[in-house]
Write a protein that binds this ligand. Structure first.
Ligand SMILES: [Zn+2]
Length: 461
């Protein structure tokens, strides 16, 4: 299971402008294609019986005994034959994007149904890839086939399935910037692995025309491969617009994914970690970072210190495990801050520093419950304290329940998200942590929750 897809690139400008707080995250809405799996397939010209061999009515005794299958039935029986999990519930929904593609073009539909990345189920990214192929097909059938071909050679890596998702989205939502991209010589002459990874990241800069055009004309890149305890082999890609990324960027990224796998107890969700680091001095953009789900974009400049860059990178990489859809704001922002601090400290147990939350207490945010109170007189403090108080509270829980219990609770929250469950509520977060807390630490855990979180769901003393 993998995290949901990143937000639409049209929002990049808005998000970039919000990056002043030090970090901004993509909108929590999933960037679902307009045609969701619930859409009713409409038979198109491609879905004629001739296009599906099993559907060709053959005159003969059998034809007189039973009616010939309809085009729809023919597609279903072909899908049932090609897709190993076709019969698993809830198959009508899961197969829908492939069925829709088949209706557009039987040949393309058949090729996708037999693609190696389909056989083990369709995760969010792969579902977006199938929709992306539909949109590309509408734009240029030959391009759709070419992009599909990149996903047919094993082992299929994330960048290969992210590519059709990215290009399909661009062809639909950013027609002009899409045309600019596919008109590049390096695009037209075939895409190697580096170019595929690059396209995933650069698609998020289309809202800043100068940056986007500059990157298409010239980019700097560096890559490396690492083997992670849980995720296995992951390729690291670093891209930038001003100078060749140093080995230090890859070293930071490696430290981040290793450390985050440890503290979160779950594997890095992709095969490719793609980082686009942009010098934005000269643009009217604040420093900060965005984790788009498929890649990380960092906005830096002369005034950003090296240490801050590392912290920013750690924070954004932590969002692979702590996306906006996992639960409350304080959980994913405070959690990303906490993971970043843990990594900066070299993976050592963190200190709980009261000074971290003195600002919050001074501004009427004495606990987590207060960051969610409606009509608070200081909404800026509420927002800032999701980061600060969230980090402080989670760090306290880490020490209170112990590292093993903390990691298994975080893993449960992450896995619920990855299983398409709705974002956890504050009460659900509490119950998950409670469930993992060793019996001899329950009293201290409850005490910490009462002091630092608050809320109506806590048991009466
Ligand atoms: Zn963040």
């Amino acid at each position: 299971m993998r995290p949901r897809s990143g937000p639409v690139a049209a929002l990049v400008l808005l998000v970039l402008s919000l990056a002043a707080a030090g970090c901004s995250d993509p909108p929590t809405q999933t960037a679902r294609p307009a045609s969701t799996p619930t859409a009713t397939p409409t038979p198109g010209p491609a879905a004629t019986p001739a296009s599906t061999p099993t559907a060709t009515p053959t005159p003969g005794p059998a034809a007189r005994l039973a009616p010939a299958p309809t085009p729809e039935e023919s597609i279903e029986s072909a899908l049932a034959e090609y897709i190993p999990w076709y019969g698993d519930p809830p198959y009508p929904l899961a197969v829908a994007p492939i069925r829709e593609l088949w209706h557009r073009d039987a040949e393309l539909g058949r090729a996708v149904a037999q693609a190696p990345w389909i056989a083990d189920g369709l995760d969010h990214w792969e579902e977006d890839a199938v929709y992306g192929l539909q949109y590309l097909f509408d734009h240029d059938p030959a391009l759709a086939r070419r992009v599909l071909a990149y996903t047919l050679d094993e082992p299929v890596r994330s960048r290969d399935t992210l590519l059709p998702a990215t290009l399909g989205r661009m062809s639909r939502e950013h027609r002009d910037t899409f045309k600019l991209l596919i008109g590049q010589t390096w695009f037209a002459d075939g895409l190697d692995a580096e170019e595929r990874a690059f396209i995933v990241a650069v698609s998020h800069t289309t809202g800043v025309d100068g940056l986007y055009r500059g990157l298409l004309a010239e980019r700097f890149s560096r890559s490396g491969a690492i083997s992670l305890p849980l995720a296995g082999e992951v390729t690291l890609w670093a891209f930038s617009n001003d100078a060749p990324p140093t080995g230090e960027v890859l070293a930071l990224a490696q430290r981040a994914v290793r450390g985050a796998e440890g503290i979160m107890g779950a594997p890095f969700p992709l095969d490719d970690l793609i980082i686009l680091s942009l010098d934005v001095d000269g643009y009217d953009i604040a420093y900060g970072g965005v984790n788009w789900g498929d890649s990380v974009v960092l906005l830096r400049g002369e005034r950003l210190l090296e240490r801050d860059y590392g912290e920013l990178l750690y924070h954004e990489i932590a969002h692979y495990w702590l996306p906006g859809e996992i639960g409350p704001f304080w959980l994913y922002e405070g959690g990303a801050n906490m993971v970043a601090a843990y990594l900066l400290a070299g993976g050592r147990p963190l200190e709980v520093d009261e000074n971290m939350v003195s600002y919050c207490r001074d501004h009427g945010v004495p606990d987590i419950h207060a960051v969610e109170v409606p009509d608070h007189p200081d909404p800026v403090a509420q927002s800032t304290c999701c980061y600060l108080f969230g980090q402080y509270f989670l760090t306290t829980l880490f020490h209170t329940v112990g590292e093993a219990a903390f990691s298994s609770a975080m893993r449960e929250l992450y896995e619920a998200y990855a299983s398409y469950e709705p974002p956890a509520t504050d009460e659900q977060v509490y119950r998950v942590f409670l469930g993992h807390t060793p019996p001899d630490r329950r009293a201290a855990f409850l005490d910490a929750y009462r002091r630092l979180h608050g809320g109506p769901f806590l048991p009466v003393r």
